[in-house]
Design a protein around this ligand. Structure first.
Ligand code: AMP
Length: 283
């Protein structure tokens, strides 16, 4: 049976209400479409939880800066729905921008701390846009659980924080990053790269992995660990590191100069011309 696509808030609420009345669990996977196996893994995990699965596809204008790729962000709804069918999603919610942001819309969600470092430093307003749309979508769908990829580590932690701070009665799950064969984290933006860039981009995961391997061998100098990542990226002069930091996994605060405890994550962003790639690895 084809996956239903619904466009309005009223329709998705009525679909979910029927499942609720039947005593079913509901899981929610918010996306911006241009789906790949990383997105599909979230749906599979939601299915494994025994839940009905709602997937939203909405390219959220609020989370793009004025010089970012909102206009050219890939929009592939028909293909997306076909892919979702193969993994057993139950319904797709694909609202128009005016459904989510009617003319009178004027409220937003601001995180005052964890949003400031890492990507937040380079994308002003981005996480405000993300948190605002995610809270709105959570209120619309009202699921039991919502699934997010650790690929967007800071985003996942910020959503977890928002759910705690604002008493949102929804379980927030973080799911492992799905990678290409050469280690590159799957992303809707990977298609922006040329074939040559795509090949060179494998250096990102190589660099993260060599830092992690050194950590596992007992290296505890964060500078040395970060330098291993930088060495890897420097093999491709066109690739520029925007940031590479080792931070506490939970607070995303910078870890001290040398550390012994094991709750860290290395988070990075690199620029390849105007393509921006993010990734991370937990140590
Ligand atoms: P996006 O469409 O980029 O907004 O992503 C929608 C959801 O899919 C977010 O929770 C992302 O973290 C997650 N996601 C994106 N890429 C991956 C990946 N390679 N592995 C796992 N989850 C991912």
């Amino acid at each position: 049976m084809a996956v239903d696509t619904v466009l309005t808030i009223a329709e998705i609420r009525s679909v979910v209400a029927k499942w609720r009345q039947a005593g079913e669990k509901v899981a929610f996977v918010p996306t911006m479409g241009a789906l790949h196996d990383g997105h599909l893994s979230l749906v599979l995990q939601a299915r494994a939880e025994g839940a009905r699965v709602v997937v939203s596809i909405f390219v959220n204008p609020l989370q793009f800066g004025p010089s970012e790729d909102f206009a050219r962000y890939p929009r592939t709804l028909k293909d997306d729905v076909e892919k979702l069918q193969t993994v057993g999603a139950d319904v797709v919610f694909a609202p128009a921008a005016a459904e989510i942001y009617p003319v009178a819309f004027q409220t937003s969600v601001i995180n005052k701390k964890m949003s400031e470092g890492l990507c937040g430093k380079f994308r002003p307003g981005h996480f405000e846009g993300v948190l605002t749309v995610v809270l709105k979508l959570l209120n619309i769908v009202a699921p039991d659980m919502a699934l997010f990829g650790k690929k967007d580590y800071q985003q996942w932690r910020l959503i977890e924080r928002m759910a705690k701070d604002l008493e949102i009665p929804i379980e927030i799950l973080g799911c492992d990053t799905i990678r290409e064969k050469d280690g590159l984290a799957m992303s809707s933006r990977n298609r922006y790269m040329s074939a040559e860039e795509r090949e060179e981009s494998a250096l990102i995961y190589k660099g993260l992995s060599s830092a992690k391997a050194a950590w596992e061998r007992g290296e505890r100098s964060l500078d040395k660990l970060t330098a291993l990542f930088k060495d890897s990226i420097s093999q491709c002069p066109r690739m520029k590191i925007q940031y590479a930091e080792i931070v506490d996994r939970f607070s995303l605060e910078p870890a001290g100069a040398t550390v012994a405890e094991k709750s860290l994550v290395m988070i990075i962003a690199v620029l390849f011309g105007d393509v921006r790639l993010i990734d991370n690895l937990e140590f």
